[in-house]
Ligand binder design. Structure first.
Ligand SMILES: [Zn+2]
Ligand SMILES: [Zn+2]
Length: 288
């Protein structure tokens, strides 16, 4: 069984956990090692069991704790070369034997029973990527920090049972907020961040294609609110005919094997769980 949740999410730091009996991974380590240790304990995971930290890009909110974790627990760091060169000074010395350069692989990396596929995303970093992780039964895709819905993003996210995508800002709050015009242009640009409305459109498409759990994350502290992000995405999904289902603290595994319920006139209605990733603590745990 695959277990998936975010540990931290937002411009203050990002990290997500994905694991099963054969392998345990972090996607990014953008807060201190101590914070990650603490949050892992809350989901009954031990940092000594983490095999690899997958790095999406070199921004500090994605790499802050990666060096300390590698030195303290011997975790490997999977990263492409351009990103590594851009982050190396920030994370400090890491034993070269612990580095896996993903651009030297044949498109994918296998750790235990998990197959990991990096793919390009559109963001203002050296060589930013998202990751699809599969145990052959289910695929989970993590793709935040992306300015627009590129064809690659569509391709790699489609067919995922669960995804972490970005609802960075509310466009109105961004336009009328405290940021200077140049920064607003950067965030709104193709290599910036995705707004709530676009996230909603993407979430609706994914739900229609069979994605059953959607975590929306990387919310801006200044230009978004969790309730606003949730409502915008939920409304867009429901307008597209998706039934958004609420769960308790955990989205149960049988949710992923249930068939869609019959809607009006016998048409099936896609059902999808929608979760907002908290900034400073772990999200609902998804078991699939
Ligand atoms: Zn970034
Ligand atoms: Zn970021």
């Amino acid at each position: 069984m695959l277990k998936f949740c975010t540990l931290f999410s937002g411009s203050s730091g990002n990290s997500a956990f994905i694991g099963n009996d054969t392998a345990k991974l972090l996607v990014d380590a953008g807060v201190t090692a101590k914070s990650i240790e603490h949050e892992l304990a809350l989901i009954d995971e031990d940092p000594r069991d983490i095999d690899v930290v997958l790095i999406t890009h070199e921004h500090i909110d994605h790499v802050r704790g990666a060096g300390v974790l590698a030195r303290r627990y011997g975790m490997k760091i999977a990263v492409n070369r351009r990103t590594w060169y851009a982050m190396a000074a920030e994370v400090g010395k890491v034993d070269p034997a612990q580095l896996i350069f993903t651009d030297e692989l044949n498109g994918s990396l296998t750790v235990g029973g998990l197959e990991i596929v990096p793919f390009p995303i559109s963001h203002d970093a050296a060589d930013p990527v998202g990751y699809s992780i599969s145990d052959r039964r289910h695929k989970i895709t993590v793709a935040t920090d992306t300015g627009y819905l590129s064809p690659a993003l569509h391709d790699y996210c489609s067919g995922s049972s669960a995804v972490l995508i970005e609802a960075n800002h509310d466009l109105d709050m961004l336009e009328h907020g405290p940021y200077p015009k140049s920064l607003i242009a950067r965030i709104r640009g193709k290599r910036g961040h995705m707004c709530n409305a676009l996230c909603g459109e993407f979430a609706a498409e994914l739900a229609e294609s069979g994605t059953r759990a959607i975590i929306i994350g990387h919310l801006s502290n200044e230009n978004n609110l969790p309730e606003l992000a949730y409502e915008t995405v939920r409304r867009t999904m429901e307008e597209a005919g998706v039934r958004v289902v609420d769960h308790g603290d955990v989205i149960p595994p049988d949710f992923f094997s249930r068939s869609d319920s019959d809607g009006v006139n016998g048409a099936t209605v896609p059902q999808t769980g929608l979760v907002v990733a908290p900034r400073y603590s772990h999200s609902k745990v998804i078991l699939l």
